[in-house]
Design a protein around this ligand. Structure first.
Ligand code: GTP
Ligand code: MG
Length: 172
């Protein structure tokens, strides 16, 4: 209908460890409300439209046994949303491993990465700057990336993340 990329659907995968808040974020995007979630087995997929930009977002279960099948979702992915539970210091090392495994994957070589430092409402949580430093984001030169702090329960920070994504479209 429209020339150019306006009506194109941009594929997004939402990844991160179990309990990070991925499904909560997906449904905040879709409905602007907090839905009751249970651990995702497999995936949820929804179309999210932001100012004429259509994203097809795949929210993938993050439990350990499910992580080995994340790669079945990678083909044609334009954006990776990596959700981090900012209170979960113990498992940030595992998130880091998963991040660099993804960035090395052939099917994701053109993907841009948005990192959500989620659960900023929790007392004593890590800041986006701390997470950025721990994940050594500044060393990532072969993928565009952006980190955004957020709280999926209130929706704070989520729009800014989406805005960064829409700003990337057409850059490549
Ligand atoms: N305090 C707080 N809790 C949150 C936030 N975001 C999500 N949660 C809670 O964290 C729990 C896990 O959220 P989910 O969205 O189901 O997590 P998930 O990443 O989809 O987990 P898997 O499907 O198992 O991979 C739920 O109890 C959410 O209500 C947040 O920003 N702050
Ligand atoms: Mg989930």
């Amino acid at each position: 209908r429209w020339p150019g990329h306006q009506c194109q659907e941009h594929k997004v995968i939402i990844v991160g460890l179990d309990n990070a808040g991925k499904t909560t974020i997906l449904y905040q995007f879709l409905m602007n409300e907090v839905v009751h979630t249970s651990p995702t087995i497999g995936s949820n997929v929804e179309e999210i439209v932001v100012k004429n930009t259509h994203f097809l977002m795949w929210d993938i279960g993050g439990q350990e046994s499910l992580r080995s099948s994340w790669n079945t979702y990678y083909s044609n992915t334009e954006f990776i949303i990596l959700v981090v539970d900012s209170i979960d210091r113990e498992r940030l090392a595992i998130t880091k491993e998963e991040l660099y495994r993804m960035l090395a994957h052939e099917d994701l070589r053109k993907a841009a990465v948005l990192i959500f430092a989620n659960k900023q409402d929790m007392k004593g949580c890590m800041t986006a700057a701390e997470i950025s430093k721990y994940l050594t984001l500044s060393s990532i030169k072969d993928h565009p990336w952006h980190i955004q702090s957020c709280c999926a329960l209130t929706g704070e920070g989520l729009c800014q993340g989406l805005e960064w994504m829409t700003s990337r479209i057409g850059v490549r």
